[in-house]
Design a protein around this ligand. Structure first.
Ligand code: FAD
Length: 298
């Protein structure tokens, strides 16, 4: 299908220009374009019918990662840049795990972390990963006011976020994660690098006695969208991270998950994936945390 007629295409060079570029239209009639990997399909299918497109791709201010008091990732940072950043180890390693397997090369070369989080598609990887890593979202409104929200409050449900139509996602900030932190993400899809039928992200922080001081677990691929698995977090936290704790944690997560049946998998299969992937991912996250805490290469 072809899109309905679009009246205007605007391509600002700075964030200030981008705010001005929203002028003259109701924010609901404007689409902000990042990598275009999701929204262009929706426009072609006429699910989204903008009168004006504001293309963000020239906004250098929204690109790249910086490491000051944690990790700040510009909204326009592409998957390929995250996938190739070998400095993303330990607690941040899940970002690379996910970015390396998003779609195909074209999607990774064009798609952005900000686009993925704003679109919040039911079966996408990055919303679940940034949820698992406890990100804070930095938004800038057209009137110049900015606000920061915890990712738990930003992701409302499939294709829904707390972003208002006149707000830009500027960046995602991940808290500082020390040497005893490790994270991992893995998805299972029908073909290599497909959207996840189920994906699991685990972030572990170790205490000085080697026990798990804190754990965050999130899931992708479920009908309600990216979500925390708090039952698993509860079991892992305070445990020794042994076999029994991990098995119990993901048995609980699988039991608590509202796992839908659809043409890709039935709910029993999805629950099984939560158990098996969860186990693998937790073990990888723990290994990375332990390697970091002993000074070995994570
Ligand atoms: C073939 C294919 C395979 C895929 N496989 C996977 C996969 O395995 N895993 C996965 O996670 N995803 C997958 N995706 C989806 C992919 O991750 C998309 O790139 C992503 O969802 C959207 O990012 P984008 O930069 O292209 O955003 P766009 O499509 O340009 O925009 C998406 C939405 O976000 C809004 N937006 C974008 N940036 C901003 C901003 N800075 N501020 C405010 N609003 C903004 C736009 O207005 C739009 O509503 C796949 C996509 C395709 C086409």
């Amino acid at each position: 299908m072809f899109p309905v007629a679009i009246e205007e295409y605007r391509r600002p060079k700075t964030l200030v220009e981008a705010r001005l570029a929203l002028d003259g239209y109701d924010p609901d009639d404007i689409v902000l374009l990042a990598g275009g990997q999701s929204v262009m399909q929706a426009i072609k299918a006429r699910m989204v019918r903008p009168r004006c497109i504001v293309d963000l791709q020239d906004l250098a201010e929204l690109r790249g990662m910086s490491r000051a008091d944690g990790l700040t990732i510009g909204a326009l940072t592409r998957y390929v840049e995250i996938a190739e950043d070998t400095g993303l180890t330990g607690g941040y390693a899940a970002l690379r795990d996910a970015a390396q397997h998003v779609g195909d090369r074209q999607v990774r070369n064009r798609g952005t972390i900000g686009g993925s989080v704003c679109w919040n598609y039911v079966a996408s990887c990055l919303p679940a990963v940034v949820l698992g890593l406890g990100a804070t979202v930095d938004l800038l409104a057209v009137d110049g006011k900015s606000r920061q929200i915890a990712i738990d409050d930003f992701l409302i449900g499939p294709l829904e976020t707390a972003r208002r139509p006149d707000e830009f996602l500027v960046s995602l900030h991940l808290p500082k994660l020390g040497a005893g932190s490790g994270s991992a993400y893995r998805k299972w899809g029908l073909v290599t690098d497909a959207l996840p039928v189920v994906g699991v992200c685990v972030l572990i922080t170790l205490a000085s006695d080697g026990k798990i001081a804190a754990a965050r677990v999130s899931l992708s691929g479920l009908a309600a969208g990216a979500q925390r698995a708090q039952a698993a977090e509860f079991i892992l936290t305070g445990s020794d991270g042994g076999d029994a704790a991990i098995t119990a944690a993901f048995a609980e997560a699988a039991g608590a998950a509202d796992a839908q049946a659809d043409k890709w998998a039935d709910s029993a299969y999805r629950r099984q994936l939560i158990r098996t992937l969860g186990r693998e991912v937790a073990e990888t996250a723990l290994q990375r945390a332990r390697a970091g805490s002993t000074g070995a290469k994570p």
